[in-house]
Design a protein around this ligand. Structure first.
Ligand code: ATP
Ligand code: MG
Length: 262
């Protein structure tokens, strides 16, 4: 692995790339994963690689809805596990919800590989520091996070093929799904089933962004971190009537403003 000097101005971005490349070499990602990552990078550049004001509002709304949900679940794909698996697990520990591996191009090898990686990450997170403000037994909460997706026994209605498979315990019975980098079709199908779908996607123009109940236009690690800190600092937040189309328009305005000022 090439050493990236501390002073490199694009260190974070290069480290993320490295994680994706490594994951690919280990057979944990579909071939299109790098394309999805590259598209994300391009949009992050246009956003100034920061959590914008409108993303901040969406993060607060997501935290409120996750708190209010009866049965939330965090759905993860390969890119998410590699870039932000530990953050997803911290969030799941605070919420007391499951993490489900759900792949668009499902293969048993990749699902099992990602579940094994999540297990390793879960142990690391359980031995690490708890989030500031967290009350309770951190180790127990983290080790209590159920990892799902290995044995799908449920089909998402309205979708065909392997991408419709999920678990009944997780996505099948969830009332709210937090899903980074989701595909537009599956997002639409989940919404049609009456579920709330909170999408994290750097592209405000993607179909998933448009279909979601709440879209957080932000990088997945930053978004997870933002939701977590909102949950522990403001545990009594209440959902609002959320106008997702207007929030997406706001993120396009923020891109235009950023480009004008740079
Ligand atoms: P659709 O338009 O149907 O939603 P899509 O073409 O956007 O599909 P993918 O090709 O799977 O679907 O793209 C995944 C999405 O994830 C892209 O829109 C990309 O901007 C976004 N993305 C990639 N990396 C990240 C990341 N690290 N954090 C947040 N979003 C990301
Ligand atoms: Mg998408």
């Amino acid at each position: 692995m090439v050493e990236i000097p501390e002073s490199h101005p694009r260190k974070r971005s290069l480290l993320s790339r490295q994680k994706i490349v490594e994951g690919s070499l280990r057979g944990l990602l579909a071939e299109s994963a790098m394309i999805a990552h590259g598209r994300g990078e391009a949009f992050d550049y246009l956003l100034g690689e920061r959590t914008t004001e409108s993303a901040g509002s969406a993060i607060r709304e997501a935290a409120a809805r996750l708190t209010a949900a009866n049965h939330p679940v965090i759905s993860v794909n390969g890119n998410t596990v590699l870039l932000a698996g530990k953050r997803a697990l911290r969030l799941a520990a605070v919420l007391g919800c499951a993490v489900e591996v759900n792949l668009y191009y499902r293969s048993p090898e990749r699902v099992n590989g990602l579940l094994a990686l999540l297990e390793e990450q879960r142990t690391l997170v359980s031995n690490g520091d708890e989030p500031q403000g967290f009350e309770g037994d951190w180790r127990k909460s983290v080790m209590g996070v159920t990892l799902l997706g290995g044995s799908p026994n449920f089909r998402i209605e309205g979708l065909e093929g392997p991408r419709s498979q999920c678990t009944e315990e997780g996505i099948g019975s969830a009332d709210l799904i937090l899903v980074p980098l989701e595909d537009g079709d599956r997002c639409e199908a989940l919404v049609n089933l009456g579920k709330q779908v909170v999408v994290i996607d750097l592209n405000p123009l993607s179909r998933s962004s448009k279909m979601a109940t709440v879209t957080i236009v932000d990088e997945v690690s930053r978004a997870f971190e933002g939701i977590l800190s909102e949950l522990v600092t403001n545990p009594n937040c209440i959902p609002t009537e959320w106008d997702n189309a207007s929030a997406l328009r706001e993120s396009l305005v923020e891109i235009a403003e950023y480009l004008e000022s740079n």
